[in-house]
Design a protein. Structure first.
Length: 339
């Protein structure tokens, strides 16, 4: 790896809509780094500014506080209070600089870094310095921060002073092409499921429901593998119908998970904004805010608007907003726009 040769590092950002495969790609990068001898650690945002949090994730434990009373007890009495001044300062930068082994830090759902997981007052400068040191390879050893998040993740990093990513360090994930989608489903059915015969009919039916989104493909192929095992690897029409029903339930459960922070009335307000919008099309943010403001007033409307962005129900695209996955928009409108 170039980072090892240069004893540097960088930030690698994977951004995309819910279900685009960000987490799976993060996990694959982590596995690859571990096989190359890197230390790999999954962190949450506070580890970027709270040294105790970082030490916890690195498995270092906390440095005990030395008080006047404790410094005078037992054999340590000869050190007395002066020992307190000799302890290393517990800063995140010193902790990161303290190791020798190449380190991969993995941060998922990083779009929250600029909102619900923003640094507390007085710590934004610390977070910014840590991110800049990682991003610019200034830690005296190879350290890479690999990040996954929704479409506002770049903006979250910009708010903390990281505004430039090289072309090879910023990946935008979206739906798979039709050819790639069919190839993925084929491999699941034939290689993992051992399907006997021509899987074209099953591939056609599943691809009509998954729309190229990796999360949706998993919602359908996992029931397909169970069904194939139950039917002795024979692809039957009844088996396919059972797979389609199970996949639809799994897909709806995923959408429900994305929206679980919203009450039914709040979902209704969001759905109403898109009731007449063609699937996959975008609208101005003011149209969405107007629907929310009518029910909740401007302050709560703005809070709900940003909450929808953080949960991936809304996605920003060229100054306009959409429900990023057409089938999620359909689920939202069908279930809530007509309440």
């Amino acid at each position: 790896m170039r980072a090892v040769q240069d004893k540097g590092g960088t930030t690698f950002l994977i951004q995309g809509a819910p279900g685009a495969g960000k987490t799976a790609l993060l996990d694959e990068c982590e596995r690859h780094a571990r096989e190359k001898g890197w230390e790999t650690v999954e962190i949450d945002p506070p580890a970027l500014w709270d040294p105790d949090e970082l030490r916890h994730y690195l498995g270092l434990g906390n440095i005990p506080e030395v008080t006047e009373a404790s410094a005078q007890v037992g054999a340590a009495s000869i050190v007395k209070v002066e020992a307190k001044a000799e302890l290393p300062q517990r800063t995140t930068l010193k902790i990161l600089r303290g190791g020798k082994q190449p380190l991969l830090l993995k941060l998922d759902e990083a779009q929250t870094l600029g909102t619900v997981n923003a640094p507390p007052s007085g710590q934004d400068g610390t977070a910014s310095n840590v991110l800049k040191a990682i991003h610019n390879g200034k830690l005296n050893r190879p350290v890479i921060l690999i990040v996954g998040g929704l479409g506002t993740t770049v903006e979250a990093f910009e708010s903390l002073g990281i505004s430039r990513f090289s072309a090879t360090c910023l990946v935008e994930l979206g739906a798979l092409s039709k050819e790639s989608e069919r190839a993925v489903i084929h491999d699941w059915l034939k290689k993992d499921g051992g399907a006997d015969g021509d899987p074209t009919a099953w591939i056609d039916a599943i691809a009509q429901e998954t729309h190229g989104w990796p999360q949706h493909i998993l919602s359908y192929v996992e029931p397909a593998l169970r069904q194939l095992r139950a039917d002795g690897e024979i692809m039957t029409l009844d088996g396919l119908n059972a797979v389609l029903k199970a996949g639809c339930r799994g897909r709806s459960a995923y959408y429900e998970h994305r929206a679980h922070d919203f009450e039914e009335k709040e979902r209704h307000c969001l759905a109403k904004s898109f009731a007449e919008v063609p699937l996959g099309e975008s609208i101005p943010g003011d149209s969405i805010r107007a629907s929310l403001t009518q029910e909740y007033g401007p302050a709560k409307a703005e809070k709900l608007f940003h909450q929808a962005l953080n949960r991936g129900i809304l996605s920003k695209r060229g100054g306009r907003y959409s429900v990023p996955i057409p089938s999620m928009q359909d689920w939202l409108v069908v279930n809530y726009a007509r309440i």
